[in-house]
Design a protein around this ligand. Structure first.
Ligand code: PEP
Ligand code: MN
Length: 333
């Protein structure tokens, strides 16, 4: 971290800042220019609150040289993290394709979909039991019963599953049943929930907040990791932009950026990004081409009757077609 004093700041004020830094136990190098003094803080400055210094009228600028995240950073761990989800590996060259309905509606629907997506090559399934809906009048999910339906579908197919947790009160229950616990876009900065996830022994699928910067996204992962759970998989699912044609705008540039900055695996959700089934396959191919560690795709056996997100859900055969073209891209890459 660099702290630049204002040109012409009185020497006694410069000395006060220096003394304050020494008191914090930080190693400080002093760069004395002709007009201005700059302090360079050496070592781990992640716990230093930059705001404390901004309040000082004699300080001109504070610049972080290091990233504020540590555990999630590639500097901290140069090698890719590989996460094992009940035998299904993700990261470090291992790719995962997760498929299934937006929400679990019935045991029959869940098992039928799971059997088909497995047949077409999915290695994990998805299904929301607790649904975060924009309207309180929309279908809210099947809750605990839905979790049991997912368990049944896993028994029938052997596919591990991911499902979303929305609150701390249902965390234990979801944790008991799920192979991978999803924290959705609306909860990416729900800090109590992130802290609870940090105490879990299960891997976490952390979806990017719809207006979160890359740094905020990695800081949310850092919360989980700082709590003791290093098994975090990131998921890009589109962000809010000015365009309204698609549900969100898929930010594929975050994939190579995350690969540079972090060792954590990152997968892509093209379904929630575009909101239209016809755009899911091209975006899925693009995601794999830029280095995504996998995909999470919404599939419904009857999208026209789906209780949630039917417009973006693929019919199982269309998912099969997607898998064929995605495999070709993966081979080419
Ligand atoms: C979901 O995956 O079901 C979901 C609600 O996604 P997101 O949190 O990305 O909107
Ligand atoms: Mn959905």
């Amino acid at each position: 971290m660099l702290i630049a004093m204002k040109p012409g700041a009185p020497q006694q004020e410069v000395d006060k800042v220096y003394a304050g830094l020494m008191q914090m136990g930080t190693e400080v190098s002093v760069i004395q220019g002709t007009q201005q003094c700059v302090f360079a803080l050496v070592g781990d400055t992640s716990k230093i609150e930059a705001g404390t210094f901004s309040a000082n009228q004699y300080i001109e600028k504070i610049m972080r040289v290091q990233q504020p995240y540590k555990l999630a950073s590639r500097v901290f761990q140069p090698l890719d993290t590989v996460i094992d989800i009940s035998g299904c590996k993700v990261g470090g060259g291992h790719k995962v394709v997760i498929a299934g309905p937006c929400s679990v509606e019935s045991e029959e629907q869940m098992i039928q979909t799971a059997v088909l997506v497995k047949q077409y090559g999915a290695t994990m399934m998805r299904g929301g039991a607790y649904k975060p809906r924009s309207s309180p009048y929309s279908f809210q999910g099947t809750g605990e019963e839905g979790l049991q339906m997912l368990v049944k579908a896993r028994e029938a197919t052997g596919l591990p599953f991911v499902t979303e947790v929305m609150s701390i009160d249902t965390f234990d229950l979801v944790e008991e049943c799920a192979d991978l616990i999803q924290i959705g876009t609306r909860n990416m900065q729900n800090f109590p929930l992130l802290k609870r996830a940090g105490k879990s022994s299960k891997p976490i699928l952390l979806k990017r907040g719809m207006s979160a910067t890359l740094e905020e996204f990695l800081m949310a992962a850092e919360y989980i990791m700082a709590g003791g759970n290093s098994q975090v998989i990131l998921c890009e699912r589109g962000i809010r932009t000015f365009d309204t044609y698609t549900r969100n705008t898929l930010d594929l540039s975050i994939i190579p950026a995350i690969k540079e900055l972090s060792h954590l695996p990152i997968i892509v959700d093209p379904s929630h990004a575009c909101g239209k089934w016809s755009m899911v396959e091209p975006l899925a191919k693009a995601a794999m081409a830029v280095g995504s560690d996998g995909l999470i795709i919404e599939v419904h056996h009857q999208p026209e009757k789906a209780l949630c997100d039917g417009a973006q859900s693929l019919k199982p055969e269309k998912f099969g077609k997607l898998m064929t073209s995605v495999h070709r891209i993966m081979e080419a890459v």
